[in-house]
Design a protein around this ligand. Structure first.
Ligand SMILES: *Cc1c(COP(=O)(O)O)cnc(C)c1O
Length: 441
């Protein structure tokens, strides 16, 4: 008689994949997350049982609890940093109107179709109309992937083989080591730098403009400020030169914003004589990533017809979100810029009071918010923050949604100006969870 094993091989007791995939929870997850993700969770749980880390009877439960919540690795975050347009956190937070417009655009839509004739229509004509309404001084508009693409299109279509005249005070690095001068030169245009870092006069421009000049480019220094003995030349003065003036305003304000009196806006720039304005969609405009080109009809037409325009084309989700941002109520970025200080104080008091009620060391402090890399360098916006023990920073980042504040003098500050008001509850609950050591979500 062959000898029988006394202890059964635990590997034989591990349920098979097909058996596990009949578990209703895993079946539902297949619909929600797809087979790759679910099978990976199942395999990992089986492996843990084979290694003896869990009992074979717990494999299904282990697979279920290892499933990700959603089919993307992107995690939602509450921006409590006090930086309103935070590039690392995806810049502008979209308005509810923009979010629901994206929902519509996810299906088949008339993005490029005329429902009355049944024929092909102009792409995203509703967006163009919304932009034209928002910027009355623009004769025509064109929208591309981002502001960098807008500059590439302008340089390629208007200045390839020619010269772009630009002040040395406006040779901007926009972040992550990307530099506007290098971006422009990559198109085959030549840069003609004029003036010095701190001072450029209209004479510098006049001396440089000649037959090779395609346009004068003015770039808003949106992420730094030069102070002291400085001088620049405004659009109105540049507009008297015999070449078009292209103005990269950066932030994407379409009209003057009382809360930021020094920040340029598209309508005023065109009225002052700019031939073309370029701007981002996801900074102060408060919309999705996009590059706006607004200005003279004949210039915009040249941009739209250039072959490279097709490679920089806006996708339908962005077109829908941008149109809704322009037509809908003030998006969260502009709303947080405008919210009065007493309102922030009221919200901070309420939040701190509730946290103290949970035995948490929370107090309200004065703070300063900033627009961020999106614009208005050097402008400090008065704000209020809830100050917490800095050891809460890590558990708060582990939650879902994660809460990201900023560390200051050994304290963690949650700045109310960058937190959308409808998330105050979420932030409170997150701090309570983080303080109770329940920081895994
Ligand atoms: C942010 C910025 C850009 C780049 O815009 P993207 O939309 O990020 O491509 C270009 N110019 C200026 C002045 C900016 O502030």
């Amino acid at each position: 008689m062959p000898k029988t094993t006394v202890t059964p091989d635990p590997r034989r007791a591990v349920p098979a994949t097909d058996t596990l995939l009949r578990d209703p929870r895993l079946l539902a997850a297949l619909d929600r997350l797809g087979p790759t993700v679910v099978r990976r969770a199942v395999t990992a749980a089986q492996d843990r049982a084979r290694r003896g880390e869990i009992s074979p009877t717990d494999v299904a439960d282990a697979a279920v609890s290892a499933l990700p919540r959603r089919p993307t690795t992107l995690r939602p975050i509450v921006n409590a940093t006090g930086v309103l347009v935070h590039t690392n956190l995806g810049r502008a937070v979209l308005s509810p109107a923009a979010r629901s417009a994206v929902g519509v655009a996810c299906g088949a839509t008339d993005i490029e179709y005329d429902l009355s004739t049944g024929l092909r229509g102009r792409r995203a004509s509703g967006l163009a109309a919304a932009l034209a309404d928002a910027v009355p001084a623009a004769e025509d508009v064109h929208v591309v992937n981002n502001n960098a693409a807008a500059l590439v299109l302008a340089a390629t279509a208007l200045a390839r083989g020619g010269e772009i005249v630009i002040s040395r005070g406006e040779l901007v690095e926009i972040g992550d080591a990307f530099r506007i001068p290098e971006l422009l030169e990559s198109t085959g245009a030549r840069l003609r730098e004029v003036g010095t870092t701190n001072r450029t006069s209209i004479r510098d421009y006049r001396d440089a403009v000649g037959p090779a000049t395609a346009f004068v480019l003015k770039v808003h220094p949106s992420n730094f400020r030069v102070e002291g003995f400085t001088r620049g030349v405004g659009v109105a003065e540049l507009a008297a030169l015999p070449v078009p003036v292209v103005f990269d305003i950066g932030s994407g304000l379409l009209a003057p914003e009382p809360a930021l009196p020094d920040e340029p806006d598209a309508d005023s720039a065109l009225r002052a004589g700019a031939a073309l304005v370029t701007a981002s969609g996801d900074k102060l405009l408060g919309g999705p990533q996009a590059g706006l080109l607004l200005g003279r009809r004949e210039l915009v037409a040249r941009l739209r017809r250039h072959p490279i325009a097709r490679a920089l084309r806006l996708d339908k989700l962005t077109a829908a979100a941008l149109e809704a941002t322009l037509r809908g109520p003030a998006p969260p970025t502009l709303a947080s810029l405008r919210v009065p200080l007493p309102r922030l104080g009221f919200r901070a008091d309420a939040m701190a009071l509730r946290l103290v009620g949970h035995g948490i060391d929370a107090r309200v402090v004065e703070s300063w918010a900033v627009v961020g890399a999106g614009g208005a360098p050097g402008v400090r916006l008065p704000s209020r923050a809830v100050s917490l023990d800095e050891r809460l920073a890590v558990p708060l980042r582990r939650l879902d949604p994660a809460v990201v504040g900023h560390l200051d003098g050994g304290r963690l500050l949650l700045d109310l100006r960058s937190i959308p008001e409808d998330l105050d509850e979420t932030v409170c609950a997150a701090v309570v969870a983080a303080a109770s050591g329940n920081g895994s979500g």
